[in-house]
Ligand binder design. Structure first.
Ligand SMILES: Nc1nc2c(ncn2[C@@H]2O[C@H](COP(=O)(O)OP(=O)(O)OP(=O)(O)O)[C@@H](O)[C@H]2O)c(=O)[nH]1
Ligand SMILES: [Mg+2]
Length: 412
């Protein structure tokens, strides 16, 4: 074994730690590490990470707004089990094409990260593969963006075959332009023959081809599953039972609601993206009718577009519903941001025009300061109800409002 210099050792360590945590994609993974790493318990690995969070903006947001973005990024990281040791806010006055943030800001970041013994830097904004590579080289530790953290949460949460395939597709699409980072150093080691490709370049090409072939296969499989989901949906529609989609920001209480109004027994917990797969239950309405209520995957601001793409068939539950039941966590002081995100995802899906009822949930936790904003929201013309789905002794008003909406849709 050749002796490695301390720098090489450090770089090797970083590369190993990084790919242990965020493998660019499973198929390329083993060939790089030469060994099969045990990813069966990723939580244990994430617990070893101490992260520094970075929030950036090209405007000058208020401290409270920057802190809200930091808080959400922190809850995304802690959902994975990552500890967050410190954070910083960088105002981007002039965009640096190599490192995104300015040179002085990179130095400040390096100093902070070192002081707090961080082994990961998480950016709130998306970071291009090139900038990610440059920053990693300068800082000597792994750099990821919010999108990658969200993809990883989805990967950890996916339990059904469909969800696993959808997440793998999203991860591969995200990783494809980033494969170069993995083989960056090797690609500079050229072969003896003039013009011959270095071992890294060959491997990079091989990985790319494998990843592209896998993407094609995954899309085909997801399409197949989507078709059988369509058949199920059509069968449901033939029964002429109206469909209600429960949608909204992650952690707002959608699954708790479905559990309360039916025997769904869906996992509901204080973690982001607890639900990835839709669950449908028949619910008896107070006026004698019945409806099918479907719990869906939660939204988040700047949802990675790879995820929206690959979860299309799951998100279609909202598109095909007769009525939307939008759950908002009213106890968040940024509940209007959650509302805007939900609205824009539904608009993208072309589902926002459906009859909808907004549930302002978790009223038991609402403070005086937010109450004013909630009341103004209710006066804005949106049909809404204030509830605490966890504890309200009965949710009859919710169900009867839905029933009225359904009957006025059927008999306009
Ligand atoms: N205090 C309070 N907590 C609630 C209420 N409704 C739900 N929760 C809690 O909020 C957390 C998230 O609830 P879920 O039902 O899992 O939220 P979700 O919208 O399904 O979340 P995702 O599946 O991640 O999108 C859980 O810990 C619930 O117990 C409520 O009315 N009051
Ligand atoms: Mg849920």
């Amino acid at each position: 074994m050749p002796q490695l210099s301390p720098i090489d050792r450090l770089q090797n360590h970083v590369a190993r730690a990084y790919y242990h945590l965020f493998p660019p994609c499973s198929i390329c993974y083993d060939s790089h590490m030469q060994t099969k790493l045990d990813m069966t318990k990723p939580q244990d690995i994430f617990r070893k990470i101490t992260a520094m969070l970075v929030v950036t903006s090209d405007q000058a947001p208020s401290r409270a707004a920057a802190e809200r973005r930091r808080d959400e990024l922190e809850s995304l990281c802690t959902t994975l089990g990552i500890k967050c040791a410190c954070w910083d806010f960088f105002n981007i006055r002039s965009f640096n094409s190599a490192t995104y943030i300015g040179t002085g800001q990179v130095q400040r970041l390096a100093w902070y990260a070192q002081e707090n013994q961080c082994n990961l830097v998480v950016f709130n904004n998306s970071v291009s593969p090139r900038i990610q590579r440059n920053l990693e080289q300068i800082l000597g530790i792994a750099v990821v963006d919010r999108q990658e953290i969200i993809l990883q949460i989805f990967a950890n949460r996916a339990t059904t075959r469909e969800a696993r395939l959808q997440v793998e597709l999203a991860q591969l699409q995200y990783s494809l332009p980033r494969l170069k980072r993995k083989w960056g150093e090797l690609s500079q080691q050229r072969g003896g023959v003039k013009g011959a490709k270095g071992s890294g370049e060959k491997q990079l090409e091989l990985d790319r081809r494998q990843a592209q072939a896998r993407i094609v296969r995954l899309k085909r499989e997801i399409d197949e599953i989507g078709k059988s989901r369509d058949v199920q949906r059509r069968n449901r529609r033939q029964g002429n039972v109206p469909n209600v989609a429960i949608v909204g920001y992650t952690n707002s209480g959608k699954s708790t609601l479905l559990n309360r109004i039916s025997d769904a027994n869906v996992l509901s917990e204080d973690k982001l993206f607890a639900t990835l797969d839709p669950t449908t239950r028949r619910v008896h309405l107070p006026g004698g009718g019945t409806s099918l209520f479907t719990d869906t995957v939660g939204f988040v601001s700047d949802l990675p577009h790879e995820l929206v793409d690959s979860f299309k068939s799951t998100l279609e539950e909202a598109v095909l519903a007769d009525v939307l039941l939008i759950v908002l966590d009213a106890s968040r002081d940024d509940f209007l941001m959650c509302w805007e995100t939900t609205r824009s995802v539904l608009e993208d899906l072309k589902a926002f025009d459906k009859p909808r009822l907004v549930l302002l949930n978790k009223m038991d936790l609402v403070t005086e300061e937010t109450l004013f904003a909630i009341n103004s929201f209710c006066l804005s013309g949106e049909r809404c109800l204030k509830v605490s789905v966890k504890d309200d002794p009965n949710l009859e008003e919710v169900l009867s409002t839905i029933e009225n909406m359904i009957s006025s849709k059927e008999n306009p």
